[in-house]
Design a protein around this ligand. Sequence first.
Ligand code: DHB
Length: 308
Amino acid sequence: MNLAADIAGITFPTCIMNAAGARCVTADELETIGRSRAGAIVTKSMTREARDGNPTPRYVTFPHGSINSMGLPNLGYQSYVTLIPHLKTFKKPVIASVAGFNPDEFLEIASAIDATHPHLIEINLSCPNLEGHPQIGYDFEAAAHLLNRLRKVVTCPMGTKLPPYFDPVHHDHMAAVLERCRVDFISVINSVGNGLVIDPDTDTTVITPKGGFGGLGGAIIKPVALANVRAFSLRLQGRIPIIGVGGIETGQDIYEHLLAGASAVQIGTAFVEEGEHVFDRLEQELAAVLQKKGLQSAAEAVGRLEEL
Ligand code: DHB
């Protein structure tokens, strides 16, 4: 079974990789992904300064989901400038995820990272956990302005990680921005921001930061993820490839992301919970589903969803 994927001219040995944020901050964690069956190494979103992140508890699972408010813990971009050439020796694509607290910071980080030639750069427009910093992906004008500026300095394929949108007019707007800004790929969706989970025993929130509000991941967000993949796929018609993210726990979940229009997928909560063996398991499960459907490759399933 051929599980390879092509995103913006880069070949991925398999279409299954980690999501930015999941076990991908330190050199050790990134090397573990490098040695695993993951089809790429995706870094944690990096900021200008190194960050410890928010106070704990800041990541908790609950039935069928996770909630987190990590607060962008990362080594600071200069450490990743040093690390990326080493990560490339694992012979799979390296995707550097870039965040920032203002446009100039995004520009500084993206320029320095671009000079290390990762295979792709993923611009994070959708971190929900920074007090006083709304998600840029919900401000279409600011997002367009930032992506335009970044496009001028980023030479490798540049994509963006988007928040979930809940109304078709927003999908229309963002799709137009992506085309205008010559974005090479998108990753959808980031966690569903500002959820609230309550501990039934203690009558308290389950995480500390932001009064208990945090980004939701895991199985409960799969329908929102699939809807966003499908909505962008219908609008972009293959001109901008899509990496599907959200709620993937099984090979069937991956198959559904492919049907909705994703060319590859990223694994967040399930990777945090299961560790790197999740990639072997998902690869086997996806191969079995594709075989049962009479397909020879993952690529053949992309966008084949039929409407009733
Ligand atoms: C964090 C960043 C994200 O982009 C996200 O979706 C969830 C959490 C963070 O580090 O807080």
